[in-house]
Design a protein. Structure first.
Length: 203
């Protein structure tokens, strides 16, 4: 009888140990899955909403139009048809980005809309209506043109959903680009329907 009881006790202990081991294995698999999702989401071409928590914070700070920008600083003023675009900041951000921030003002006597600011690339214009996705930077020294950054769904890292501007109304805008080499300190900025301006990069 003692041998049978001892055998039953061992089997019970083994079953408990196996159950505990399986539970730990399941938890471990869940952690690995989360880790893989974060790693995939941190791809440079992903949207901020698809990035890991570590990637989200700096992008939100860098691309939030108006954050840490002095509206009294005027780096350039670009004229369009009944509109002006004042550039307040051109900053090289950690992670290899250039963020351009400013505001567009309706200086005409009638309501103005965003027109062709989204550019002529069909997919980008369709996925970013009423935006400034058509903006570009040109590094004349490096002879390279930079377009507004996009996520995997062709969503731009820029201001979108811009409503028509009534007379005298302004709207803040931002655009984020890949950064040119650190030796490049000046770029030409263009937004469709506006004049081109040379901008000095800070940061």
């Amino acid at each position: 009888m003692s041998i049978r009881r001892s055998t039953k006790s061992r089997r019970a202990a083994a079953a408990v140990s196996l159950t505990a081991a399986l539970a730990l294995a399941v938890v471990g698999c869940g952690t690995d899955g989360d880790g893989k999702t974060d790693d995939a989401g941190s791809s440079p071409s992903s949207a901020p909403s698809k990035s890991s928590d570590g990637d989200k914070a700096p992008k939100q700070e860098d691309t939030a139009a108006g954050d840490n920008v002095d509206p009294n600083v005027k780096l350039a003023e670009l004229k369009g048809s009944g509109l002006t675009l004042v550039i307040n900041q051109v900053k090289r951000d950690p992670g290899g980005f250039i963020t351009v921030q400013g505001e567009i003002k309706n200086v005409s006597d009638r309501t103005q809309n965003s027109g062709g600011w989204a550019g002529t690339e069909n997919l980008v214009a369709r996925n970013n209506p009423n935006s400034v996705a058509g903006a570009t930077l040109v590094d004349k020294v490096g002879k390279k043109r930079y377009y507004v950054l996009r996520d995997t769904d062709s969503g731009c890292l820029c201001t979108t959903g811009i409503l028509p501007l009534s007379v005298g109304e302004t709207t803040p805008v931002f655009m984020q680009f890949p950064a040119p080499p650190s030796t490049t300190t000046e770029v030409d900025f263009t937004l469709p329907t506006f004049a081109t301006a040379s901008l000095k990069i800070s940061g």
